[in-house]
Design a binder for this molecule. Structure first.
Ligand SMILES: Cc1cc2nc3c(=O)[nH]c(=O)nc-3n(C[C@H](O)[C@H](O)[C@H](O)COP(=O)(O)OP(=O)(O)OC[C@H]3O[C@@H](n4cnc5c(N)ncnc54)[C@H](O)[C@@H]3O)c2cc1C
Length: 219
């Protein structure tokens, strides 16, 4: 969130400074890791789809500006009974915004994807615009591009406090205070440390991923 905001501010000609406790693209944040799914036929709700279509274009723009391969549009297959509320929202999102997609019934799934064990009654929606993002590279690319466009990136620096002042905002770090006009806070799961007043409303949870070796990689 922070590195992308910085890139966009720098693009808009705003004199902006980005602060990062470690360095952009480190592996300790919510975005740490080698892959994230990007979807546009969205089960979380149709209202997100315009944002996602815009995000899709911006991922491609960041690739073009940075020269780094960030997004592989391999598609995403969402499997389940078509009448399930999640799949219904996926389909409604796709249909409402003309997202390229395909609906497959059980027989088509068995034929096309023999590597999966489908349940009777399963169908699927293939979101053709979905794919895999490389989050650590993307963050590093956005921060670097922001610097090329005139922004400053202050790394290895934890913002200890954010306080309103008569002329804007004061950001306190261990080394010095920064007086700025406005601040965007994007500290992810560390939000409640930076803004303790919000602590009762925010409960970060660890999300664990697992990878399994494919028994038949050729499938
Ligand atoms: C295991 C896992 C899998 C996920 N899978 C997906 C997926 O497939 N698709 C998807 O879209 N989303 C996925 N998500 C969610 C997505 O990764 C997060 O929503 C996203 O990374 C949040 O971005 P953020 O910038 O808010 O927070 P973060 O990525 O955590 O970034 C916060 C940054 O702020 C810095 N920071 C914090 N406090 C300070 C401070 N005081 N001073 C200076 N710097 C500070 C941190 O160092 C960090 O770099 C997944 C998340 C996890 C954990």
């Amino acid at each position: 969130m922070g590195s992308m905001a910085l890139w966009q501010l720098a693009r808009a000609g705003v004199a902006a400074i980005g602060f990062e406790r470690w360095s952009p693209g480190h592996d300790q944040s919510a975005a740490g890791g080698e892959s994230r799914i990007f979807r546009t036929a969205y089960q979380e709700g149709t209202a997100y789809v315009p944002l996602l279509l815009r995000a899709h274009d911006l991922w491609r723009e960041l690739e073009a500006e940075s020269g780094i391969d960030l997004f592989t549009a391999c598609g995403c297959l969402m499997i389940g009974p078509l009448e399930h509320p999640d799949l219904r929202r996926v389909l409604t999102s796709a249909q409402t915004y003309d997202v390229p997609h395909r609906v497959l019934d059980h027989d088509q799934l068995v034929e096309r994807y023999p590597q999966f064990a489908f349940l009777p009654g399963d169908s699927a929606v293939l979101d053709r615009r979905a794919g895999v993002l490389r989050p650590e590279f993307a963050i590093a690319a956005a921060a670097r591009r922001a610097e090329q466009l005139g922004a400053s990136v202050v790394t290895g620096t934890r913002v200890r406090a954010v306080e309103p002042s008569s002329s804007g905002v004061v950001l306190r770090t261990d080394d010095r205070d920064y007086r700025v006009g406005q601040a965007i806070l994007a500290p992810g799961p560390w939000l409640s440390r930076l803004l303790p007043d919000l602590a009762p409303y925010v409960r970060p949870k660890k999300e664990v991923l697992s990878w399994y070796q494919a028994p038949r990689p050729e499938a």
